[in-house]
Design a protein around this ligand. Structure first.
Ligand SMILES: NC(=O)c1ccc[n+]([C@@H]2O[C@H](COP(=O)([O-])OP(=O)(O)OC[C@H]3O[C@@H](n4cnc5c(N)ncnc54)[C@H](O)[C@@H]3O)[C@@H](O)[C@H]2O)c1
Ligand SMILES: O=C(O)[C@H](O)[C@H](O)COP(=O)(O)O
Length: 397
């Protein structure tokens, strides 16, 4: 079986080497091979003999890529977003598709938290007095909501699709205790919060499109003291409208991890951002590697074999694996804890200094190792101290 994988998938060799040498492969023939490729430049000729194709978000998987291949039976994307995949085409050809829902949701939530901690320090903000509006209550929005709850930060969620699902379930079974008990609000309520954080997929058309969801019209409603964060897809904010707002002198503080037209970036917008990064919010080692693990599990299932490996087999220990805390929790401690694991200013500095030297894709390919809070065990020296660090995701002994 020939397995082609994006070179930017951590532990792909560890997970997939044995699978491609199995005799009971998908078509049960030939020598196995595990072949890395560069995601942006992959061609139809390169993957003409692939049985399995494992991509990340920068590879468009469609008829143009697969028309020379008549044997492929499995495509996986080690990512949350699927807007780069032509799902109808794969279904038409009976090609199984798996993505990795939620794989890097914690990483995105920790990126947003790091951005909030940095901005709170820069502008002397008390985080617990802010309201946060989350657009999109799926995996990343939910992980963020959990961390905000741990910190006692008031927040609202706008997700008309989940809101409808919740209402339908309640209608079906009035006596049943609903699993989703969240209260959803309209977009307008979220846009009035002190912090607005976007967590929607790219959706063009339909009832709830997200393409340019944040456009000139609703940007004009923003207050000068708000913070707008996007770590979902670049097309969700009209970048030109945002630039027009900022060049007109509007004070809204912007945190952008994603950009319209990636790998190109609207250069003029960069100086107006508080934090600017190269689509790396989901790039914790755990986040990326969970994507590899989830595709491994899906492929094992397709091959009807029991998975032999887990991510825990391969993850190294963190550079600071454990710490002890000698005081009760407060914002200063939050600041220290978050920045010890992930200080988003590092990625912001790399972006500003290296974007036009290395290029967007190279910044992403050569992303330095970043761990999630869970890689660090936090010991509290007194049982009277608050367990907020553990509720934020730090490991507990
Ligand atoms: N920057 C990064 O590194 C990074 C990392 C992970 C995911 N992402 C992007 O973020 C997106 C969200 O990730 P996720 O894991 O939360 O996805 P998800 O599918 O779990 O959740 C997305 C949620 O958005 C909701 N939604 C859809 N249209 C909406 C609309 N018009 N208004 C409000 N809500 C709407 C959906 O109902 C869903 O609940 C992904 O699709 C991906 O494009 C970016
Ligand atoms: O959709 C996702 O999971 C994220 O946007 C992810 O960070 C994409 O990373 P890439 O596949 O571009 O390496």
């Amino acid at each position: 079986m020939k397995i082609y994988f994006d070179e930017n998938m951590p532990f792909a060799k560890e997970f997939f080497s044995e699978l491609c040498h199995l005799n009971n492969g998908i078509d049960g023939e030939e020598q196995g091979e595990l072949v890395p490729f560069s995601g942006r430049t992959l061609t139809a000729a390169q993957v003409a003999d692939a049985d399995v194709l494992l991509v990340r978000s920068i590879t468009q998987v469609n008829e143009q890529l697969l028309h020379l291949n008549d044997k492929i039976s499995f495509v996986g994307s080690a990512t949350i977003g699927t807007d780069h995949i032509d799902l109808n085409y794969l279904a038409k050809r009976n090609i199984t598709f798996h993505s990795a829902p939620g794989c890097n949701a914690i990483s995105v939530a920790e990126y947003v938290l790091s951005a909030l901690v940095v901005l709170a320090e820069r502008y002397l903000l008390t985080l617990s007095s802010l309201t946060v509006g989350i657009v999109g209550g799926g995996n990343t929005g939910t992980r963020l909501s959990e961390k905000l709850t741990a910190l006692g930060i008031e927040h609202k969620i706008c997700d008309p699709l989940l809101e409808r699902k919740q209402a339908e379930k309640q209608k079906q079974d009035k006596s049943h205790n609903p699993t989703d008990q969240r209260h959803y609000v309209p977009l307008g309520d979220v846009l009035a919060c002190d912090v607005i954080s976007l967590h929607v997929p790219k959706v063009v058309g339909g009832e709830h499109p997200t393409n340019k969801l944040i456009n000139a019209e609703n940007l004009a409603l923003l207050r000068e003291d708000q913070i707008l964060i996007s770590a979902c897809r670049g097309d969700v904010i009209d970048n030109h409208a945002l630039l027009a707002l900022k060049t007109a002198g509007h004070g809204v503080k912007i945190v952008l991890d994603v950009w319209q037209g990636e790998p190109d970036v609207l250069e003029a917008l960069i100086p107006y951002t508080e934090i600017a990064t190269a689509h790396i919010a989901g790039y914790s080692l755990e986040g990326k590697a969970r994507g590899s693990e989830m595709l491994y599990q899906a492929l094992c299932q397709q091959l009807a074999i029991t998975p032999k490996y887990q991510l825990a087999n391969f993850l190294p220990s963190a550079s600071i694996p454990a710490i002890e805390i000698n005081q009760d929790f407060n914002q200063i401690l939050l600041n220290q804890l978050v920045k010890m694991v992930y200080d988003v200013r590092r990625d912001d500095a790399i972006f500003r200094q290296q974007l036009f030297v290395q290029g967007f894709d190279s910044l992403r390919k050569n992303y330095p190792v970043r761990r999630e809070f869970s890689a660090v065990t936090v010991n509290l020296s007194s049982t009277t101290y608050s367990d907020v660090p553990h509720r934020l995701g730090f490991n507990k002994n």
